[in-house]
Design a binder for this molecule. Structure first.
Ligand SMILES: [Zn+2]
Length: 361
């Protein structure tokens, strides 16, 4: 590749190689010298606590971090010579973290990668550049490396583009400190400013946040240990205001009444039970079928519950917190994310498989 390249894609790749030349050089040396792989280290617990406090979201998919559903991504992978420097680390949801890992394996096989050097260097380079720009410029910028990007969209979103991006994500660990606001470049502007202006924000964005908070609580299956009272016929108002940090009770009832009208036939308790049931079923399937099962089979289960309750799809999905307009694999993805399953999608002749994802390589 040289500077005289005339085709736009080659030109972009050339510029990216310059921008990330230290990453590429480091990887090349690492592979050439067959350097021993370092141990990876995760984000500190103080930082993790701050992310949870901020209701931080995954920079790729916008999934809110809670419990153990997130992981520290090494942007330049350790297995390709990356370091544990804050500059090389970012917190992602486990599913995105796993999908990135599966993309690397699809392209390069299993480590140690010194065995494919130098013959597969082009693939290594494309993966590294894709990996860096999807963090620095947002996930959609990965389309500049279509062969890599499609593998990611396949594994994470069953080939679709994500419905919405993050609003409250944090960038590389080196770019923020505890006590600071979400700073990710790919955050959607509207909610990012609403976050900093809680009291002066517009009513509509305020209500949206409240509604969102409500759904977040509704689906927080890893409830704190002190929520015993929520099992005894909880009123929605109590659940929301009882745990809300800010007292905005005057506005709250408008939201909750609306919610009650639309999904009065499916209580929070029922939703919790369903989620537990699907979680058990998914884990069973994974255990029995070599760690995978079909999207269609899982959705059948969801569908059966709706029919058994005589609910319309719209109200059923609304109660579950699933986007009604979303396409099929996306709805399944949303439910699997809510029940906290650690998965990626795998395309087969017979449809998409839900595959249990292994932790980073
Ligand atoms: Zn994610």
């Amino acid at each position: 590749m040289n500077a005289q390249s005339t085709r736009p894609q080659e030109e972009t790749h050339h510029l990216l190689k310059l921008k990330y030349q230290s990453v590429l050089g480091g990887a090349k040396n690492f592979l050439k010298n067959r350097t021993k792989t370092k141990n990876r280290s995760s984000c500190s617990s103080i930082r993790v606590n701050w992310l949870i406090t901020c209701e931080a979201e995954c920079p790729h998919c916008g999934l809110r971090f809670r419990g153990g559903n997130h992981n520290t991504e090494h942007i330049h992978p350790i297995s390709l010579g990356g370091t544990n420097n804050n500059d090389n680390r970012i917190q992602l949801c486990k599913n995105c973290n796993n999908a990135r890992n599966s993309v690397m394996q699809a392209l390069l096989g299993h480590p140690p990668f010194s065995k494919i050097f130098p013959q597969e260097w082009d693939a290594v380079e494309r993966y590294l550049l894709w990996s860096e720009i999807t963090i620095d410029e947002g996930l959609s910028s990965g389309a500049r490396f279509p062969e890599v990007h499609e593998l990611f969209l396949e594994a994470r979103f069953a080939g679709e583009s994500p419905v919405s991006g993050p609003k409250k994500a944090f960038g590389r660990l080196s770019t923020w400190g505890v006590g600071e606001e979400p700073n990710y470049i790919g955050n959607t502007a509207a909610l990012r400013s609403a976050h900093t202006k809680t009291t002066t924000g517009t009513i509509s964005s305020f209500l949206r946040r409240k509604a969102r908070l409500f759904f977040d609580r509704l689906f927080d299956y890893e409830s704190p240990t002190n929520t015993g009272q929520t099992t005894s016929s909880p009123l929605r108002e109590e659940v929301v205001t009882g745990q809300s940090a800010v007292d905005e009770s005057k506005v709250l009832p408008k939201v909750t009444q609306g919610e009650q009208k639309s999904n009065q036939e499916l209580s929070e308790t029922e939703v919790s039970i369903l989620r537990q049931k699907w979680n058990d079923h998914a884990l069973n399937c994974l255990a029995q079928n070599d760690g995978s099962f079909f999207v269609g089979d899982f959705w059948q289960l969801v569908s059966d519950e709706r029919i058994a309750r005589g609910l319309s799809w719209r109200s059923f999905e609304r109660a579950l917190g699933v986007t009604h307009k979303a396409a099929m694999p996306s709805k399944v993805r949303q439910i699997l994310e809510q029940i906290g399953l650690n998965f990626i999608f795998e395309k087969t002749e017979n449809g998409y498989l839900i595959v249990e994802a292994s932790e980073e390589e």
